[in-house]
Design a protein around this ligand. Structure first.
Ligand code: ADP
Ligand code: MG
Length: 319
């Protein structure tokens, strides 16, 4: 049976050239570039809460990093250094090898070096902390939206929630949709490049992890404004379009969660730049509404301008 030290050595000790000192000492040492501010975020994934027992280890490695990359992207920060804390029920080396592979593959794509962590025995729990850099005056905060701003969303929302609905037996999804929706749920593609390119262009941003309207609500609270969102403009991913249950589709798109898209606001005179950026990145960016003066809540409107009821305001662990 491998020791804790051997497991770390074997699976989590690849070189970390961007750090002054990587894993192996009491602390890692990092040096931000001149003029840059550190952006720091952490997220936890728990078996039974965030993923099912027996979930694919490679995808867990990917997702545990992806959700943190998404937070840095939403701040407009460039990711650099990661810390990985693991509680493991047993020293399952095939699990660790697959997990590490998923983690490092995504880390390599975004220039992240693993510089430390912690490893203990316990119910399967994965916690990743990620450190990035952003020029402080260009950080994409939640409190910068102004009345008149356009509201934009990247990619599409709802397919991760639709995968959950399929897993729970609420709906039957045919191929290729079930495979695509499961990939969105288990291996999200964080919008890191987009986040960096939105610096100086977006006035506010957030990543969509708890549901489009719930996360927009955070921007509205912090910015002290309201919003109008036009339901018909919300992007419809193939799985959503094919699911055949309009009320479930609406719930997934507006309130589903686990999307890891970016929602941002920008002044209308910069629409052309947002569209150019979309073309440049090969990533759909859709204008879905606007920021309005008044109460900090979003009103969802149908094609006739009528307010639509919103089923679930988003996910909350303690509700
Ligand atoms: P300490 O007793 O100081 O907490 P540990 O024995 O927990 O140190 O860890 C030894 C070294 O291995 C530290 O540099 C730590 O950051 C690193 N480390 C521990 N677990 C992990 C992990 N899962 N991934 C990456 N590095 C790790
Ligand atoms: Mg320790």
């Amino acid at each position: 049976m491998a020791t804790e030290f051997e497991l770390i050595q074997r699976y989590f000790s690849r070189p970390a050239p961007s750090a002054v000192l990587g894993a192996g000492d009491d602390c890692a040492l990092v040096r931000p570039k001149p003029g840059m501010t550190l952006a720091v975020t952490t997220d936890m994934l728990l078996e039974g809460t965030h993923f099912h027992a027996g979930a694919d280890a490679r995808r867990l490695g990917h997702k545990s990093l992806a959700v943190n990359l998404s937070d840095l992207a939403a701040m407009g920060a460039d990711p650099h250094w990661g810390l990985l804390s693991l509680a493991l029920p047993a020293a399952d080396e095939s699990w660790l090898a697959a997990f590490a592979e998923g983690f490092y593959a995504l880390a390599a794509r975004h220039g992240v070096d693993l510089i430390g962590g912690d490893t203990t025995r316990g119910p399967l729990t994965i916690s990743v902390t990620l450190i990035g850099e952003v020029p402080v005056e260009l950080a994409l905060r939640r409190d910068g939206a102004l009345p008149g701003d356009d509201i934009w969303v990247s990619g599409s929302t709802g397919e991760a929630a639709l995968a959950l609905a399929a897993l729970s037996g609420r709906i039957a999804l045919a191929e290729p949709f079930i495979t695509q929706c499961l990939a969105r749920l288990e291996a999200p593609d964080p919008r890191v490049e987009l986040g960096g390119r939105l610096r100086g262009l977006a006035r506010s941003a957030i990543d969509v992890s708890d549901g489009l309207l719930a996360d927009l609500g955070h921007i509205l609270e912090m910015s002290g404004s309201g919003a109008e969102v036009w339901y018909d403009t919300l992007p419809r991913a193939p799985g959503i379009a094919a699911c055949g249950d309009e009320s479930l589709a609406r719930e997934c798109v507006t309130s589903g969660g686990d999307d890891y898209e970016l929602l941002f606001t920008a002044p209308p005179h910069r629409r052309g730049e947002v569209q150019d950026l979309s073309a440049d990145l090969g990533l759909v960016l859709t204008r879905i509404g606007s920021i309005v003066p008044g109460e900090s809540r979003a009103i969802l409107r149908d094609a006739h301008g009528h307010a639509m009821p919103v089923v679930h305001p988003g996910f909350d662990h303690f509700r």
